[in-house]
Design a protein around this ligand. Structure first.
Ligand code: ATP
Ligand code: MG
Length: 561
């Protein structure tokens, strides 16, 4: 492809509405342009990468027996009503005005509709059906470019089995295929196991990448691979021993001391001997939650333990319930349900609020002074805490979900009546799985992991072109001729070449080449041509060397294999 004829509108400056690296680089390299919030066009260079990722996905899905479909994005609303998901998706679902249609955010319903009509017998299964197709979701705050679009491409696959063991096998196949896909794309990813969640399945895993653009926060152990969303992550808990000396409860005047840090400073104590109090309203009852020192309450965990809904108590409620403001609240003398984090179990000689403004209490023995206390894992896991599965430490960071595999079970087959007849002539609901990958997200995540201050650094597998050929001063006939020869030579050996044949300054061409990030650059200039040489640069390492023009085809072939 000749750059003079190819539509690649590169930008020198960082577009001011973009903050995430991949978004900035996809705009600057002319891969995408925004049309509206969360709506992007892929331009020719960007679309080449979409096709490459799609092809990798196709090959690996076909390898596990997947059969490619193409389902409509425009769906009759009544099919979505069969599963109650018009309501479940709420505002995320795009509706067609004055017509009973929705724009599909995923395709469980349509796939189940087809299965219901054609998969009738145990002999018709197992099946793996997939497609690579546009999805629509009215994401509330689309940002980060194509990582969260309102229209995006998804590979979605669905498995249909006669037994739960069959589902396990289909799930395993997808798990392996996903690992191959992400490995081939050159992504550094990890797998987070999640509980079944609202979709009613029996197991799921998310494939994630570490990125500052991530909207999920995960705890990860590099050593053993433990990974969990912080909402559910746990860490190794080491409960401090009870102190030998049995102190009595005593009150301390602590004027203006509100936070744990202020208390530690004032009393010259360590945060680990402090019990911090938080009051929550659980449905309509108050619950005092005790945490060690500066540990924060994980509200997802708390809600799971308490059941029902929870919310932090308002300042007026605090005063009414405890007699004190936040910062002076404590468990001693508190009447009502008290639940503490495991780290505080049976500890003594602790400090906490006195339920009286400007006073704290020391010498608290939880076992002796706080009756009917319950314990649970309630804390938000922090970086540096011990991994729950091995003796190394956890890291906590933001991450993006690349893909998701999910044991749906019979949720959709039950609600839509997709049944089959087994060997004995008995009728059962089909057992299903669903498996998604965000195609554009794969691309953005790759860029998040592979760039430098000059631009994108493509791998051989995802690069839109293998080679970026730069002709310096093409007004010189011998340079232009040599470039033409190289261009045709490489093309004829199926090397995809982007030839910068523009009449532009060398610096401009070099900058664009680094920004676009093809793995290999070839620079042809007058001086080196006199010795029949040109320069080859490896984008990733910056390494440069001269190659005889006559050996170039072989050398490039070698570099790319
Ligand atoms: P998220 O939590 O990031 O919104 P999700 O749980 O809604 O993701 P799924 O419904 O499991 O995602 O969709 C499967 C895959 O589709 C995701 O793993 C992700 O790669 C991709 N995806 C989901 N929503 C979007 C979006 N708005 N833009 C781009 N890709 C998306
Ligand atoms: Mg979502």
């Amino acid at each position: 492809m000749r750059l003079s004829k190819y539509f690649v509108p590169t930008l020198k400056e960082v577009p001011n509405d973009a903050v995430v690296t991949s978004h900035i680089l996809m705009l600057r390299s002319g891969m995408i342009r925004m049309v509206g919030a969360g709506i992007y066009s892929f331009l020719p260079l960007g679309y080449k990468v979409v096709r490459k990722v799609s092809e990798i996905i196709r090959e690996e899905m076909d390898a596990i027996g997947g059969q490619e479909f193409h389902l409509p994005a425009l769906n009759p609303k009544e099919i979505w009503e069969e599963t109650n998901r018009v309501e479940a998706f709420g505002d995320t679902l795009f509706h067609i005005k004055n017509r009973e249609y929705v724009l599909a955010p995923t395709h469980e319903e349509i796939m189940t509709f087809h299965a219901r009509n054609v998969v009738k017998s145990y002999k018709d299964m197992p099946q793996i059906w997939y497609q690579i197709q546009t999805k629509f979701r009215n994401e509330p705050r689309p940002r980060s470019g194509v990582i969260r679009g309102r229209q995006f491409l998804m590979k979605d696959a669905y498995s249909f089995d006669t037994s739960w063991e069959g589902l396990d096998r289909s799930y395993e196949l997808h798990d392996k295929a996903y690992k191959k896909i992400f490995d081939r794309c050159g992504l550094k990813y990890f797998v987070v196991g999640a509980s079944s969640g609202a979709m009613g399945g029996t197991g799921s895993e998310e494939f994630m990448v570490n990125s500052p653009a991530g909207e999920d926060t995960v705890a990860y152990c590099e050593s053993c691979g433990y990974a969990a969303n912080v909402e559910v992550a746990t860490s190794r808990v080491r409960v401090r021993e009870r102190e030998r000396e049995e102190k009595k409860v005593y009150e301390i005047h602590t004027p203006n001391v509100k936070s744990i840090d202020e208390l530690c400073e004032f009393l010259k104590i360590d945060e680990t001997v402090c019990a911090k109090s938080r009051v929550y309203i659980n449905d309509d009852k108050a619950v005092l939650v005790l945490m060690q020192g500066n540990d924060e309450v994980n509200e997802t965990k708390l809600e799971k333990v308490l059941g029902g809904n929870i919310r932090p108590a308002h300042p007026e409620e605090l005063l009414e319930i405890t007699g004190a403001d936040a910062g002076s609240i404590g468990p001693v003398g508190y009447k009502g349900r008290i639940i503490a984090d495991m780290k505080l179990e049976d500890r003594n000689n602790l400090f906490s609020g006195a339920n009286k403004n400007d006073y704290h209490i020391g010498g608290i023995d939880i076992k002796r002074d706080v009756k009917d206390i319950e314990y649970a894992d309630l804390k938000i896991v922090k970086s540096g805490e011990g991994c729950p599965n091995c003796d190394k430490n956890l890291e906590v960071f933001p991450a993006i979900e690349l893909g998701h595999i999910f044991k749906l079970g019979t949720k959709y087959s039950n609600s839509m009546g997709a049944k089959f007849i087994d060997e004995k002539g008995e009728e059962h609901p089909i057992i299903m799985g669903s498996y998604g990958i965000g195609v554009e997200r794969v691309i953005a995540c790759f860029i998040e992991q592979s760039f430098d201050e000059k631009g994108i650094v493509w791998s051989k597998t995802l690069a839109p072109f293998h080679v970026h050929l730069i002709g310096l001063n093409l007004k010189k006939q011998e340079v232009a001729d040599a470039c033409e020869k190289i261009y045709h030579g490489l093309n004829s050996q199926k090397t995809d070449v982007l030839y910068d044949d523009r009449d532009a300054a060398a610096g401009f061409k070099f900058n664009d080449a680094d920004l676009l990030g093809m793995p290999i650059q070839i620079v042809v200039g007058e001086k080196k041509l006199k010795e029949s040489k040109c320069e080859v640069k490896i984008r990733k390492t910056g390494e440069r060397f001269d190659v005889d023009v006559g050996d170039l085809n072989n050398k490039i072939f070698e570099l790319l294999s």
